[in-house]
Write a protein that binds this ligand. Structure first.
Ligand SMILES: [Zn+2]
Ligand SMILES: [Zn+2]
Ligand SMILES: [Zn+2]
Length: 188
């Protein structure tokens, strides 16, 4: 067993209880428009994407590009939204209501979704759901309550964890391909 695999398994086991708690949260749960962070996001052990840890956002399908539904483990991430973009924080990260993964909606097209076609973040301005405009920190030193090595995939436009020797499963085929900023994400 490689060191990275061993570390991954240890981390997955440690946070299982947290993931189980998130899975029973009400489906309508939402922060008010004035809230600044949403804390129901988890790594998927199959595709390595950032996925929402609740059962059914409106219209959601929860489809993993590696097959079946996402399998969540590890840290419970807290994603800021509706805050200003800065030199070290990028806006336009959205939740796809079809595959339940985070993707960057800053291009004219919306990448490749595991459900077919591009990702779909739903209607703009819907602050009573999961479809916030998330603003993610990047290229800052990670602290005890944050994790770096989260990257944009140039093939599917998703956010994935680049900290292992392999790069998960990309809905555009094979593994994800990293580019751009090194995102540093807060967790509980
Ligand atoms: Zn997945
Ligand atoms: Zn999608
Ligand atoms: Zn990808």
């Amino acid at each position: 067993m490689t060191d990275s695999r061993r570390a991954f398994l240890a981390k997955a086991a440690k946070i299982t209880a947290v993931a189980a708690t998130a899975a029973v949260l009400p489906t309508a749960l939402a922060g008010p428009a004035s809230a600044s962070a949403h804390s129901y996001y988890f790594f998927c052990t199959k595709c390595f994407g950032m996925t929402v840890g609740v059962i059914t956002p409106p219209g959601g399908l929860n489809i993993c590009p590696a097959g079946g539904n996402h399998t969540q483990a590890g840290y419970n991430f807290i994603l800021p939204y509706n805050v200003s973009e800065t030199a070290n924080a990028q806006a336009n990260w959205r939740l796809c209501q079809k595959c339940f993964s985070l993707f960057w909606r800053g291009y004219p097209t919306d990448g490749v979704c595991a459900t077919g076609g591009g990702h779909d973040s739903g209607p703009d301005g819907d602050q009573q759901s999961f479809f916030h405009n998330f603003v993610l920190n990047h290229d800052v030193p990670p602290g005890p309550k944050s994790q770096d090595a989260w990257r944009f995939c140039v093939k599917c436009y998703g956010l994935f964890f680049f900290g292992y020797s392999t790069n998960g499963r990309c809905p555009a085929g094979n593994e994800h391909k990293e580019a751009g900023f090194n995102f540093v994400l807060d967790h509980l």
